[in-house]
Design a protein around this ligand. Structure first.
Ligand code: UGA
Length: 474
C-alpha cells in the first residue's frame, strides 16, 4: 500500500519504518527540513532498538522523506497523522497541529483516501477532523477518518509495533476498515513473521496479533484508558510500597503475590520514583480533562497523579534520612532518562530529583548510557555553575561520592560489579529508586541500601552509622 506518515517523532518515525518493513511504500512528511536532511543522510535522531537497521534497509527504497504534504497525500491511499499533541495550561491536549494538518490534507485530496489519527488524541478528534475537511468543501465520499492508536513504548518501539498484543482500528465505515485491514495484513495473516529479515520475535509475543475493529470514538478512548490504567497500576503499587515501608513488609514479595493473579498481572507493577515520559503524565491529565468535559468527574485520576508526585517527595525524604544534611554532599547519580532503554528525558523523574537535590546544595556526578547529551542541553546553567558534571561510567559517577542514587531502571545498572562499586564510593550507601537489587545481596556486599517499599538493609546487619572497616562517619 502507499502510505503517508505525517510527523517524524517517536511514533511517526517508528511506525513509518515498520510499515516499510511490512512491504508498504511509505513517505514520512515533516516540516522540519533539518530533521529531514539528517534522516535522508542516514542519521537516526532517537535511541530506538532496531530502528537504525530498518531505516538503512528501506531508506530511498520503500521509505522516503519529504516536506511536501500535498504531494505525499496525492501519492498515498492512507495518510497517518502522527504529529505532536502537546499539553495546554489546563491539561488538555493541544490539537492545533492536528487541525492544521487536517486542513492541508483536505486541500490535497484527489480521490478516496483514509485519514488515520495515530497521535494520542481525545475522543471526538476524528469527528473534528472530518468536520474540518468537510468545511473545505471536500466531497464526503472522497475520504474517511479513522483512529488507529499506537501502543508502542519508547526504546522498544520497533518490536512493540511489529509484535503487539492487539491492533485497534477505529473505523466508522466498512470501506476504511478494509483499507486498514490491508495495511496490517502482513501482521494479521502472519506472513511478515515468516519473511526473511523480519525483526526477531520477542519472547512474550503471541502471534498473530489480535485485530480489533471498533468505532473511532472507542478507539480514541481505548488509547487514553490504556495509558491511564497503566499509570494507575504504577501509582497503586507505589501506594502499596509506602504501606510496606510503614509496616516493614517487602513490596517485591507483595508484587509477586498480587501480580501472580492472572487477572492482575505482574507487568507495570514495579514500584519506584513514579512514572514519567512524554505519555503517561500528559495522557492521564488529558483523559481527566476529557472526562470532565464529557460530564464525568474522574477523581480517581487525580489520585493517580497525586501519588505519582508524592513518590518523588518521598524519595527526597529518603535521601535526607540517609545523609542527614544535603548541602555540600557529593552524590553519584545513575540515570537521567525517564526510564531505561531510551535517551528521552521528557518529564523524567530522575531529572526532577536531580534539580531538587541541586537546589538543596548537593553536587552531582551523573551517568546515563544514552541520555547525557540531552540532559547536558537542558542543564547548561547548572554545568556552568559546576553543580553537576557527567561521567563516562557508573563507577566514575560513584567515585568518591557520599552516596549513589539509582534513578533510572537501565539494565546495565542492575548488573554492576558491587565490590568495585563499594571500593570507589566514599561511603557505601546506595539509594535505589528503582529496586534493582536484592537487599540481602547489597548488605552482603557491605552496603547500606535504601530502596522503595522495603526496609533499609545494612552491611551484614551492622547499623548504618558504622561504615566500611568499622570506621564511624565523621
Ligand atoms: C507508554 C505506554 O507503555 C505505551 O503503551 C504507549 O504507547 C506510550 O506510553 C504512548 O502513549 O506513546 P512509554 O511512555 O514509552 O510508553 O513508557 P513506559 O514503558 O510505559 O514507562 C512509563 C513510565 O512508567 C516510566 O517512567 C517508567 O519508569 C515507569 N514505570 C513503568 C514504572 O515506574 N513502573 C512500572 O512497572 C512500569
Amino acid at each position: 500500500m502507499r502510505i503517508a506518515m505525517v510527523g517524524s517523532g517517536y511514533v511517526g518515525l517508528v511506525a513509518g519504518a515498520c510499515f516499510a518493513d511490512l512491504g508498504h511504500q511509505v513517505v514520512i512528511v515533516d516540516n522540519d527540513e533539518a530533521k529531514l536532511e539528517a534522516l535522508k543522510n542516514g542519521q537516526v535522531p532517537i535511541h530506538e532498538q532496531f530502528l537504525p537497521e530498518l531505516l538503512s534497509r528501506h531508506r530511498g527504497k520503500g521509505l522516503e522523506f519529504s516536506s511536501n504534504l500535498q504531494e505525499a497525500v496525492q501519492a498515498s491511499e492512507v495518510i497517518f497523522v502522527a504529529v505532536g499533541t502537546p499539553q495546554t495550561e489546563s491539561g488538555e491536549a493541544d490539537l492545533s497541529f492536528v487541525e492544521s494538518v487536517a486542513r492541508e490534507i483536505s486541500g490535497a485530496l484527489d480521490g478516496y483516501k483514509v485519514i488515520v489519527e495515530k497521535s494520542t488524541v481525545p475522543v471526538y478528534t476524528s469527528e473534528w477532523v472530518r468536520k474540518v475537511i468537510l468545511q473545505n468543501g471536500t466531497d464526503p465520499g472522497c475520504f474517511d477518518v479513522a483512529s488507529n492508536p499506537e501502543f508502542l513504548r519508547e526504546g522498544t518501539g520497533v518490536t512493540d509495533f511489529l509484535f503487539p498484543d492487539r491492533i485497534v482500528i477505529g473505523c466508522d465505515s466498512e470501506r476504511s476498515a478494509e483499507v486498514l485491514r490491508k495495511v496490517y495484513a502482513p501482521m494479521t495473516d502472519g506472513s511478515y513473521y515468516k519473511s526473511a529479515g523480519a525483526i526477531p520475535r520477542p519472547d512474550r509475543a503471541s502471534l498473530p496479533p489480535l485485530l480489533l475493529v471498533t468505532s473511532s470514538k472507542s478507539a480514541e478512548l481505548i488509547k487514553h484508558a490504556s495509558n491511564s490504567f497503566l499509570a494507575m497500576k504504577i501509582s497503586f503499587i507505589n501506594a502499596v510500597a509506602s504501606i510496606c515501608e510503614s509496616v516493614g513488609a517487602d513490596v517485591n514479595q507483595v508484587c509477586q503475590g498480587v501480580g501472580s493473579d492472572s487477572r492482575i498481572g505482574r507487568r507495570f507493577l514495579n514500584p519506584g520514583i513514579g512514572y514519567g515520559g512524554s505519555c503517561f503524565p500528559k495522557d492521564v491529565l488529558a483523559f481527566r480533562a476529557v472526562a470532565r468535559e464529557c460530564g464525568y468527574d474522574f477523581r480517581l485520576l487525580d489520585e493517580v497523579m497525586h501519588i505519582n508526585e508524592e513518590q518523588r517527595t518521598r524519595f527526597l525524604r529518603k535521601v535526607r534520612s540517609a545523609l542527614w544534611t544535603l548541602r555540600g554532599k557529593n552524590l553519584g547519580v545513575l540515570g537521567l532518562a525517564f526510564k531505561g532503554g531510551t535517551d528521552d528525558i521528557r518529564e523524567s523523574p530522575a531529572l526532577f530529583l536531580i534539580q531538587a537535590l541541586l537546589q538543596e546544595g548537593c553536587h552531582i556526578t551523573a551517568y546515563d548510557p544514552a541520555a547525557m547529551k540531552r540532559a547536558e542541553e537542558v542543564m547548561q546553567t547548572e554545568i556552568r555553575q559546576s553543580k553537576i558534571k557527567f561521567a563516562a561510567s557508573a563507577y566514575e559517577a560513584a567515585n568518591g561520592a557520599d552516596a549513589l542514587l539509582i534513578l533510572t531502571e537501565w539494565d546495565e545498572f542492575a548488573h554492576l560489579d558491587l565490590d568495585r562499586l563499594n571500593q570507589v564510593l566514599k561511603y557505601p550507601i546506595v539509594i535505589d529508586g528503582r529496586n534493582l537489587y536484592d537487599s540481602e545481596v547489597m548488605s552482603a556486599h557491605g552496603f547500606t541500601y535504601y530502596s522503595v517499599g522495603r526496609a533499609v538493609s545494612h552491611p551484614d546487619g551492622v547499623p548504618s552509622t558504622v561504615l566500611r572497616n568499622g570506621a564511624k562517619r565523621a
